[in-house]
Design a protein around this ligand. Structure first.
Ligand code: NDP
Length: 333
């Protein structure tokens, strides 16, 4: 399903030049989940297949618990069966690897996700490496990463995959643009850059050693920011009219920072802080970006919701591949 063109809807909804149109992750995530739910229903009706996702979490990290809960809830929404393996922080690497081996061996489990970060003492690389690449719905296994970098069909990490869906469904063009990705992590920055390159953007990757970051990011028609630095990217980093995708998800708890970052929205955010103890902010200064960018993803309500929707899609893809429903791994459901 295609969204209304971003250009058309922008001219209808904004008050004037210099006010970004917000790209609504909730709407696109809901569309993707509806499509996944239809495909799950078809698989159940035609083949008696119900895809199954196994989520593994170790320790008591509060944010990880919320992320896993959201993923399990999304499974329920689309009809995917799920299992939640919540292990104590004292779990050893050997015990975790044993669980993964058993999930790899189970025919009824299609996708395995291990919620990161893992408690200290367990090497994440070793754990990711242990997941069967055919069940690697997060797209972090070295085989998956290698296939992606070669431009071969594979499981695409959910956050960058969701960003491409968002841009496509708002009909924001990628080919030929100057795209800049700030951040080079394995889960966001690097795969994002690969996908943009595959879509014929001219891609620059920035990181903490980049000199004069603003002079580089200001060249970008499409700026994707995944730094983990609350509100870092400001007016001076953004080319007027650029599309800015804010991947960051940072908790802020104090009034001064909220006032600084949210401008006229600050009062609403202060209410959230007093209710919940924190509010979420991305890596982009929302008030400044709103004034300069052409299109902007909000936080919350932007990229985060798409990540979960794409995880659902990858789980269905895994189920179809493993059960012979399809021969090749393509991007379609
Ligand atoms: P990482 O900490 O793994 O990577 C951060 C990257 O930002 C690094 O490459 C680092 O450079 C770079 N960086 C940090 N400071 C600067 C700076 N001053 N100038 C330029 N580059 C800088 O983070 P993740 O990629 O895992 O996550 C990034 C953000 O996205 C976080 O806020 C996270 O919570 C959020 N996130 C959101 C998701 C969602 O679904 N919305 C999913 C995943 C993450 P270097 O490599 O040199 O250290």
């Amino acid at each position: 399903m295609i969204m209304q063109s971003a250009k058309d809807s922008r001219s209808e909804t904004t008050e004037g030049i210099g006010r970004a149109q917000l790209l609504d992750g909730a709407v696109i995530a809901a569309q993707i989940k509806r499509e996944v739910a239809l495909e799950v229903a078809r698989l159940r009706a035609d083949r008696e297949i119900q895809p199954c996702l196994a989520a593994v979490r170790v320790g008591d990290d509060a944010a990880s618990a919320v992320y896993v809960r959201n993923k399990i809830r999304a499974c329920e929404e689309v009809g995917i069966r799920s299992e939640h393996h919540a292990l104590p922080a004292s779990t050893s690497a050997t015990e975790l690897l044993k669980l993964i081996a058993s999930l790899n061996g189970r025919d009824d489990v299609d996708g395995i996700l291990v919620q990161l970060p893992l408690p200290g003492g367990i090497a994440e690389d070793q754990v990711i490496d242990a997941i069967d690449p055919l069940k690697d719905i997060d797209g972090f296994h070295p085989v998956t990463v290698g296939r992606l970098s070669m431009g071969m069909p594979t499981f695409v990490p959910c956050t960058p995959a969701g960003i491409i869906e968002l841009l496509d469904r708002y009909q924001i063009s990628i080919a030929g643009t100057n795209a800049c990705v700030v951040g080079r992590s394995q889960i966001v920055g690097r795969p994002m850059a690969q996908l943009l390159l595959q879509r014929d953007a001219t891609v620059t990757i920035c990181h903490s050693k980049t000199r004069d970051l603003a002079s580089v990011t200001r060249q970008a028609d499409l700026l994707v920011v995944a730094m983990g630095r609350p509100g870092f990217i400001g007016r001076e980093h953004i080319r007027p009219g650029a599309t800015v995708v804010d991947v960051g998800m940072n908790r802020i708890t104090d009034e001064a920072t909220a006032r600084l970052l949210f401008g006229t929205e600050a009062d609403k955010r202060l209410e959230v802080i007093s209710k919940r103890g924190y509010t979420l902010v991305g890596d982009v200064n929302p008030a400044e970006a709103f004034e300069v960018a052409g299109y902007l993803t909000p936080v919350p309500g932007g990229v985060g919701l798409l990540t979960v929707a794409m995880l659902m899609r990858n789980t269905v893809k895994a189920a179809k591949l493993r059960r012979g429903e399809r021969k090749v791994m393509s991007d379609e459901l």
